[in-house]
Design a protein around this ligand. Structure first.
Ligand code: GLN
Length: 447
């Protein structure tokens, strides 16, 4: 109830939540109390959590930030939600996001922009801006989020909180509205690495309903938290620290690396030579997959349907024209174009080859170091409205996060201080496949 009160007081300003349903939350809290009274409480029983509005939850509106799904009430739980509920977590509400997770500032939400709790003139980052803002403003101790090209790490960085995107295949995509299926991964946002580890223990796990869910033994992501960092080799990719990185961010990262050295780590320069190709490769592959995934929103099965139409085609056209926002339309058009006959080889196939090369760069990097440290974004959070009419400016700001998704690697962002205008700076730590525990270890020792 304390959190519900805080949300009621702050949400009109921050707009971090799209849906809050006090009755549902209180019913879950009661069930948690009953479990505790019966001696069935687990470690997280009764802990409140906010869910990104991309995860289907039975009986809850699941809008994905889109007018298309404004009235969609999910008939089932996503695997992530199912596991959170089974662990006794209490849903506080549904957090705001860029429409269909397409964006870096949360300004693409059909339900209005989210404000950054550190500075109400700043964006919170995206697409999981509502989750990051809710945690930063202490409206929730933790939140679920998703990361297709940076959407956990970048808003966590902009809002001064911690978030981790695990190795592709760790968290089931079942019931998570699909954006770009070969890149999408769920993960937690919380105050600390320790909280993220506890939540990832709940969110991860094999699920046969997602064909890319990995069949692996359950991990305990808290297992290495207390390990000393002596001898840890941190690689710094020189391409991530060149022109384009603003001085305040570079400075905060440098200070953090000094701290890591004091903790016993060794810092080594490495090279990820094809880094700049991540943006064109991602912005071909992600829209291609999105154009296919979003074809299901046809006004027939679910989602918005136009009020007036004279035949089936007109119903499709009007429903989609009315239901999707501009950025979503832009990606559907781009995706359809790059997949079309005659252009497939020039764009999509080439992007897939680049994806392979980017992965090879990372793997080579990991022969020289244990984890890679990098900025999350080229600058601190920008002003609301500053880039909202410039899609390319938004895409360019994703330079440091996209490669990780293209390669399927785990990466986290943890706060390391403040930059221009007192806005938070995050440090990105990238691990080799299944290296989550080590990333969380490093962040925990730092914190
Ligand atoms: N900013 C990127 C995009 O717009 C990443 C979004 C995400 O990770 N969901 O596609």
């Amino acid at each position: 109830t304390d959190y519900l009160g805080k949300i009621a007081a702050a949400n009109a300003t921050l707009n971090a939540f799209i849906t809050v349903d006090g009755d549902k939350t209180l019913a879950m809290a009661k069930a948690a109390d009953a479990a505790r009274a019966a001696g069935n409480a687990g470690l997280l029983t009764g802990v409140p959590i906010a869910h990104k509005d991309i995860f289907c939850a039975e009986g809850w509106k699941t809008t994905c930030g889109s007018k298309m799904l404004e009235h969609f009430v999910s008939p089932y739980d996503a695997h992530v939600v199912e596991q959170c509920t089974a662990a006794g977590l209490v849903t506080l509400g549904r957090t705001n996001m860029d429409e269909f997770a397409m964006g870096s500032s949360n300004e693409n939400s059909a339900f209005g922009a989210v404000k950054n709790p550190w500075d109400l003139n700043a964006v919170p980052g995206g697409s999981s801006g509502g989750s990051a803002a809710a945690v930063a403003a202490r409206l929730a101790p933790a939140a679920t989020a998703t990361d297709t090209g940076g959407s956990i790490r970048q808003p966590a960085g902009f809002c001064g909180v911690t978030g981790i995107k695990p190795t592709y295949g760790t968290v089931s995509r079942y019931g998570m509205v699909a954006y770009a299926s070969s890149l999408d991964q769920g993960g937690p946002i919380a105050q600390t690495a320790e909280d993220c580890a506890l939540l990832l223990n709940v969110m991860a796990g094999h699920d046969s309903r997602d064909s890319t869910s990995l069949e692996m033994a359950r991990e305990d992501y808290t297992r290495d938290l207390a390990k000393p960092l002596t001898g840890l080799r941190i690689g710094l990719p020189k391409e991530y620290f060149g022109t384009g990185l603003s001085a305040d961010v570079a400075q905060a990262i440098e200070a953090a690396l000094t701290e890591y050295k004091k903790l016993g780590a060794e810092v080594i320069e490495i090279s990820l030579p094809r880094t700049e190709l991540a943006i064109p490769a991602y912005y071909v592959i992600a829209p291609a997959e999105a154009s296919s995934n979003l074809s299901r929103f046809d006004g027939v099965r679910y989602g918005h349907r136009a009020a007036e139409y004279s035949d089936l085609n007109e119903m499709y056209e009007k429903s989609r024209a009315e239901g999707f926002g501009w950025e979503t339309k832009r990606r559907i058009l781009t995706g359809t174009y790059v997949l079309s006959h005659g252009y497939y080889d020039a764009y999509y196939l080439k992007a897939q080859k680049v994806r392979r090369l980017l992965t090879e760069d990372f793997l080579k990097g990991f022969t020289q170091c244990d984890i890679i440290a990098a900025p999350v974004a080229p600058s601190v959070a920008w002003n609301l409205g500053e880039k909202s009419n410039d899609p390319v400016a938004n895409y360019l700001a994703d330079i440091y996060t996209l490669g990780v998704n293209l390669a399927g690697l785990p990466a986290l962002s943890h706060p390391v201080g403040f930059g221009a205008q007192g806005r938070p700076v995050g440090l990105q730590l990238i691990g080799n496949y299944f290296g989550e525990a080590r990333l969380l270890n490093a962040a925990h020792q730092f914190q």
